[in-house]
Every structure is written in C-alpha cells, then in structure tokens.
Write a new protein. Sequence first.
Lengths: 215, 274
Amino acid sequence: MNWDWNVVDDFMPRFWDGVLVTLQALAVGTLIAFALGLVWALAQRSAQAWVRLPVIAVTEFIRNTPLLVQLFFLFYVVPDFGPSMSPLTTGIIGLGLHYSTYTAEVYRAGIEGVPAGQWEAATALSLSRGRTWRAVILPQAIRRVVPPLGNYVVAMLKDSPMIATIGAFDMLGEAQAFSNETFTTEALTVVGVAFIVIAYPASLLIRALERRLVR
Amino acid sequence: MSADTHPAENTGLLANPPVDGSELIRFDQVTKRFGDNTVLDRLDFSVDSGKHVTLIGPSGSGKTTILRLLMTLTEPDEGTIRVGGELLTHEERNGKLVRAGEKHVREVRKNIGMVFQQFNLFPNMKVLRNITEAPVTVLGLSKDEAEERARELLELVGLTEHLDKYPTQLSGGQQQRVAIARALAMRPQVLLLDEVTSALDPELVVGVLDVLRDIARTTDITMLCVTHEMSFARDISDQVLMFDSGRVIESGPPEKIFSEPEKERTREFLKAVL
C-alpha cells in the first residue's frame, strides 16, 4: 500500500469542515449532557413522586436504547409533530440528551457520596434547602464526579461520528465520503490520528481539573 | 429535674431569651423506636435555661437520640418536645396539634446549636467561611459583621491563625474547636454536644474540653451534653441524668451521682467507666 500525500492534501478542506462539526458537537453536547444530567439527578431525588417517577422512566428509557435510534427519531419523527432542526443541531441535541442520562448517574453517585454528617451539619445550622445544595452538597459532589464525567466526554467524542448518519458530516463522515469518492484510504488514517489528537489533550485537561478540584 | 413546672404557652418564637432559670427544653412522653428497638420509652425530662446538663449511660441507652430529636435530625414516634415553650415538631392550629411546617421548625431550631462527634465541618470551605456561612445566609448578618463574630470566636477557641485554612489542614482537635465556634456563631440558646471528644486522639481531647469548660464558665448558654468523659461531666454539669434502656433512671447534681448514686445500675455503670 502506498501513502500519497497529494490525497491528504486534497482531503484537507473537507477535513477541516469535519473537524469543526466534531468539535461543535463535542463542546455543545458536553454542555448539554453536564447541565441536563444535573437536572435529572436532582429531579430523581425529588420528594414529589410526579417529578421523580417520570424522570426516572425517561432517563432509563434513553439510557437503554441505542443513540442511533434516538438520532433517527429526533431527525425523522420529531419534525412530524415538533420542531424541524438542522442535522447538526439535531445531532448535538441527540448526543447531549443521550449522554445526560449517563452523567445523571454520575451526579447521583457523587451526591450520595457526600457523608450524611454534611446534611446534618447543614440542618444544625438551619441552612435553607437551596443553600445546603449550592454551598455544601454540590461543591463536594462535583469534586467526586469530575473524573467519571471526563470519561464520558471522551466517550461522546468517539460516538460523535454517528451524527453523520443523519447528515451532519463530522470528520469521520467527511473522510468516509471522500474515500468512497476517490477510492483512497489516507483520509481515514488522518481522521484516526485526529481523534487521538483531540482525545488525549482532553483527558489531560480533565486530569488537570481533577487535581485542581480534589483537595 | 423540674418536672413539676409547666411551660408557658405561646411565648413567641424565643424572640426574647427566657429569663435564666426558666424551663427551656421539655420532653413529654417521648417515644422513639428504630424498628423493633424502642430507644426512648415515654421519656419525660426538662432542662432549665442556663443549666449544663450531662447525659450519661451505656451505649444504646438513647442519649444521642435525645440530641438528634432536638436537632430535628430524627422525629419522635410519640410525644412532644418543646423548646422555650414552643413545640418543635408540631404546631397548634385551631386548638389541635398538627405536624409543624418547615418554617416553624426552622424558627424554633435556630435556637439550638450542635457539635458532632465527627465534627462535620464543610471541607469545601475555609475555616472562616465555615463559621460565617450560616450567620450570613440564615441570620442575615453582613459579611463584615459575620467575620468579626467569627474572629472573636476563633480567638475564644484559640485558632485565630488558622482562619484561612481548609478543615483537612487541621488536626481533629482543631477541627472540633472550629465546629464549636461554628455552632456558637449562630448565638444559640442551647448547645448540644454529642460525644465531641470520642473521635479524637487522646492528646487532643484536653484542648477541646478546656474550650468547653471556658464556654460553660463564661457564658450563660444552656448545654446538653452526651459524653464519656466523666471528669469533664463532673466539672461542668449542674445536673447529671443517668440513662438506661431509654429512660432516666437517676438524676441529680454531679457530686451526688458520681459519689453516692442511689441505683445499683448507676453504680455498675460508673464502676465500668471510671
């Protein structure tokens, strides 16, 4: 097999388009997954059964069905009765929603890991419920959840090519299309390397954050 | 025990501290069960304001449960608890007793402070903020007022130079002294001390007990104390209650309980721990 740098050169414009899509999906998807996961985790602890039970049902459902099916559903079925969104927007929402059900579990474990004595001390000082969450419980829970949350960012990066199936061409999507059109394989190799180049600094960043947070 | 005095009804939510010597805490027929285990059995007892009362007795006799009931960390199955004449877990509405709302509980509970066996400082906050958090967000003090109060209290417990540290950077004894300062910063009328030296290395116990002796001597705060430190109990107590199987079996001034207890069970217990 011969490696042809000219092929790589030809691929570059489309590669950068794909990188942009991948990074957008990863960044916004992560924000959605982190924020929504916390909402799920808190709702699952609600004293109100009408809040708690539907949230548990929905998150279990999403976590236990394939991301691919959810992407198809969001892209092909939802527009029949709801908003019609671009492939990229749909893909980002799909990734964020899917992974929020995993981060919810991480938050749940983090919250449950805060010792009972912390709740008791907050009660003894008459801190309000909201203040107890914001000032005492969540800051301690967040510290415990950063490493596992970081792992889901890397997992999400590796799942991001699925959004190409609904037409949001990430870097792998672009590479596959390019390779099919030109009967070459260089583009796929380039993208393989690009995944490592993105994922490795990301895990370094997570580790640095972890060191900063864990005291 | 002043079981014969009756609490004044509806004296307001302790807006004015009761005159020293009036009844501050009252348990009426309080029963608490954990599963099949009856920890407190129709318990009656009261504590007058300004008094230092120590609860002694074997493990599992219900001493700590009393403190946890007062702090609303657990609820009684039967009976009522009053603090400053106000019902803690119930409210009177149209002449009927109903379960108290969160707001009522918080108002009554503000008068109670607690120091825990495991300190329970907030590890995500520095020492100063541990102490100022509740005065600022619950009592509405300004940050400056709260910090000034915190500095005074840190001086009282001898930790002024540590205000900028995190709890994990302190020894157990130092952490417990911060916890005492944190509880006092709310200016409670009652301070509950739940085996506050049990988790400490022996050489750190003295410093914590000295601080508590100091507080007992120089303030008129009411103290309710569960401890296995009998010499400390003897030093600070006005009254000692001996518990066994969820009931008070003997009570009196420390010199009487420790020197000439009436009940055989008390004698056995003291012989084992002294």
